[in-house]
Design a protein around this ligand. Structure first.
Ligand SMILES: *[C@@H]1O[C@H](CO)[C@@H](O)[C@H](O)[C@H]1NC(C)=O
Ligand SMILES: *[C@@H]1O[C@H](CO)[C@@H](O)[C@H](O)[C@H]1NC(C)=O
Length: 367
């Protein structure tokens, strides 16, 4: 019998390299590859994106004012089915864009003011001011963290009734008393806090008393009526715009500061803190049984997000068993979240329930 001189090397090669490689491909890379980008949703997203309120809204005209940069993809806005809504896109970094701010700075605030100055005499019933992203981190889990979901379900008649409504409802780092304008930089641990007073005075004039406390949900996305905008003269907005153009403050600070000034600008209220679960019910038709249910929902959402990291591609390649477990747990949470949200949407079909919820969404804590 002739023994091939190559055989031991081949065997060695197979055992030493090919077998682990095959194992790696089959049990590490393949599942990670297969699962990459996979997400489990049972809810029919499109059903939830329908505008669910009466056709009376057909007479309500809306502008969706999008503050964007050139590279932002805003294609998602074309899927919205809000009646009579026109999209007005501002592009901060392209002076040739149809709508653009006077200079490329000041974050969304400068684009919002430019819009108001440009459209002051031709405003629709409601202007909704937003950023370009469909799934911003700051959109509430109870709104599926989705702008499509939020905008589709925003009840325009209630916005008309209230005048100004911040799209995010969460009180975190916001309500009921987040910004204290009397604090100095040395006293404050919040970056923008010591800057708010100066911005307030520059915007509203030295003669206006600066409220001690300013509070309201964050992140500068809101709906506002023509009447609320016109409660201040055009000059007020032009002045704010001029200040933003002239200021040497960083865009970051300007953006952060303005998050706290919108309620005062449009309603003359320094504190705008609607109860969250009531607010979801009244404005989005998402009616949880009570605050505890909403808290539970948010808690499960957070737990699910904590598992998500393990399912990232490279982590899954590294630890496929862990990723498999994470997927199973996330799938379980997702079912619970979607069932709970669907039940809240179902409850929200009750007009009397939503009418009851109005009460605590009009409350402002006076200071
Ligand atoms: C700026 O906007 C104009 C008009 O919409 C467009 O033709 C042009 O390509 C844009 N510039 C860049 C750099 O994208
Ligand atoms: C605001 O800050 C000042 C200075 O630290 C403090 O004296 C005051 O009590 C604070 N106001 C409120 C309402 O917390």
């Amino acid at each position: 019998m002739i023994v091939s001189p190559f055989r031991p090397r081949t065997t060695l090669l197979a055992a030493g390299i090919l077998a682990p490689l095959a194992y790696f491909l089959l049990y590490h890379l393949r599942p990670a590859w297969h699962n990459d980008g996979f997400d489990f949703h049972r809810l029919d997203y499109h059903d939830l994106a329908d505008y669910p309120y009466p056709a009376a809204d057909a007479s309500t005209k809306v502008h969706l004012v999008v503050a964007s940069t050139q590279e932002d993809d805003i294609d998602w806005v074309w899927n919205l089915r809000v009646p009579n809504m026109q999209v007005i896109r501002y592009v901060s970094d392209n002076a040739s864009a149809h709508y653009h701010p006077p200079v490329a700075k000041g974050r969304e605030a400068l684009m919002y003011f430019r819009y108001i100055s440009e459209f002051y005499d031709a405003l629709p019933d409601i202007s909704i001011f937003i950023h370009a992203h469909e799934r911003p981190w700051h959109m509430d889990p109870a709104l599926h963290q989705s702008m499509t979901f939020a905008l589709s379900r925003l009840d325009l008649q209630q916005v008309k009734r209230r005048g100004y409504y911040n799209l995010r409802t969460n009180w975190q780092n916001a309500c009921p008393d987040w910004i204290n304008t009397t604090k100095t930089a040395a006293e404050s641990v919040k970056q923008e806090e010591p800057w708010v007073k100066g911005a307030f005075q520059a915007t509203f004039g030295d003669g206006v008393e600066v409220p001690e406390i300013l509070a309201g949900p964050c992140c500068s996305q809101f709906a506002v009526t023509r009447e609320a905008i016109r409660s201040r003269p055009r000059e007020q907005y032009e002045r704010a715009e001029r200040w933003l153009v002239a200021t040497g403050w960083t865009d970051y600070i300007v953006g952060r500061v303005w998050e706290h000034l919108w309620p005062y600008l449009f309603m003359g209220k320094s504190v705008d803190c609607a109860l969250e679960y009531r607010s979801f019910c009244r404005f989005y038709g998402v009616c949880f049984e009570g605050p505890e249910r909403l808290a539970e929902y948010n808690d499960v959402w957070d737990k699910r997000e904590q598992w998500r990291e393990s399912t990232e591609f490279l982590r899954e390649v590294w630890r496929p068993a862990r990723a498999g477990l994470a997927r199973a747990v996330m799938a379980k949470y997702t079912l619970w979240l979607e069932d709970t949200l669907a039940a809240a949407v179902e409850r929200g079909k009750s007009m009397s329930l939503r009418e009851q919820a109005w009460e605590d969404t009009t409350q402002w804590i006076p200071r």
